[in-house]
Design a protein around this ligand. Structure first.
Ligand code: 6GU
Length: 252
């Protein structure tokens, strides 16, 4: 069981993961739990405000430390109540460490994560200093709040929980869970706009199919992600498959 507690002023956004697909089914199967804490419920002023104008001036608003602090405390308390031993607190921000497979590997070791999804120009720095252990970004671009980033992180972790993904093989086979990109997929019909399904896939010869798929995986990685290939030491078989791919495609 994994425990996610998210602090966000838009709890409804998380229905995107609790309400659909693999992450919905994993929740129903009791493989993880997700609670969203709204700082607005922890605001003590009459307008239930959760933000203020930035000291020093400038555009936009800043999320106030106090309601966020109380919401994070409630989130941490619930993690304690359910008996979470290894946990961390993550603030989703473009200033954070880039999310990649290595970071997902690290976070996978934990039983609980408290996630803070910021909005506006950010959150009061004193709150980050006092309540946040790590800062994480999903890439070098800006989205309008931490919610989407938090959901990316949660989904990437949930699909690694044993039992979350139906086909046992599909996890380990996926791009980035292996070193190469995925091979191309085809389904009916056999001919679409005069393009046939590759004959290897229609052969029924599973050794031939596996070899073709590995060749396509290596070839596509070389074509689409030369940066990844540069960091892989191809063995003799892989090198030969890449060579075959290049010759077939008439490249290089
Ligand atoms: Cl974590 N938050 C926001 N608002 N934008 C981002 C991001 C996070 N990571 C990349 N862009």
């Amino acid at each position: 069981m994994k425990y996610f507690d998210v602090v966000s002023i838009f709890p409804g956004m998380f229905e995107a993961i609790t309400g659909y697909g693999i992450s919905k089914r994993a929740l129903e199967r009791g493989l993880y739990d997700l609670v969203v804490w709204n700082p607005r419920d922890h605001s003590e002023n009459s307008n239930k405000s959760v933000d203020g104008r930035p000291y020093g001036g400038g555009p936009g608003m800043v999320m106030s430390a106090e309601p966020l602090s109380r919401a994070i405390d409630a989130a941490n308390r619930r993690q304690e109540d359910v008996g979470v031993k290894k946990k961390t607190s993550v603030y989703l921000t473009p200033q954070g460490e880039r999310l990649d497979r290595g970071l997902i590997d690290e976070l996978e070791e934990l039983e609980g994560i408290v996630l803070l999804a910021g909005r506006y120009e950010g959150v009061d720095e004193r709150l980050v200093q006092s309540k946040i252990e790590r800062e994480v970004s999903i890439g070098d671009y800006v989205v309008s709040g931490g919610e989407l980033a938090a959901m990316v992180l949660i989904d990437a972790l949930v699909r690694r929980i044993p039992g979350a993904v139906n086909h046992k093989e599909s996890l380990a086979n996926e791009s980035f869970e292996t070193i190469f990109l995925d091979y191309p997929q085809y389904t009916r019909p056999e001919v679409f706009e005069s393009h046939r399904v590759p004959p290897e896939l229609m052969s029924g010869d599973h050794k031939l199919i596996d070899r073709w798929r590995l060749k396509e995986s290596i070839g596509r990685t070389w074509l689409k992600r030369p940066d990844l290939i540069a960091n892989i030491n191809l063995d003799a078989e892989q090198f030969a498959l890449l060579d075959e791919f290049k010759r077939e495609k008439g490249v290089e």
